[in-house]
Design a protein around this ligand. Structure first.
Ligand SMILES: [Zn+2]
Length: 104
């Protein structure tokens, strides 16, 4: 129909969480990096609970009240997918479909 746009939806995996819908809390990412570093310098031994508590305190958290390890991805709101409205012509061009030219 004239003056009518047809809209499709593109659905792609969310790049920020690689489609998992959840992301690792940055403080836990930092903790695991520190833990790896600690063990590599201490013959593979885990840090003691007290050493961990100090690390968490220095990072701004309380060992008794740690942040969640993972939470819903803020980019895709936990769905793992990014949905975008795309008009039909754009969608066909994006999949390299030969687009008929009706402008003559
Ligand atoms: Zn996501």
């Amino acid at each position: 129909m004239k003056n009518t746009r047809y809209i499709l939806k593109s659905i792609t995996p969310c790049a920020d969480c690689t489609g998992r819908g959840i992301v690792t809390h940055p403080a836990w990412g930092a903790y695991w990096a520190w833990n790896d570093h600690y063990r590599s310098g201490n013959y593979g031994r885990q840090p003691s609970r007290d050493t961990e508590a100090v690390w968490w305190e220095e990072t701004g958290y309380s060992h008794a009240n740690l942040p969640p390890k993972e939470y819903d991805c803020p980019t895709c709101h936990g769905t793992g997918k990014i949905e975008t409205d795309v008009d039909l012509q754009t969608a066909l061009a994006n999949i390299n479909y030969p687009v008929p030219n009706h402008n003559h």
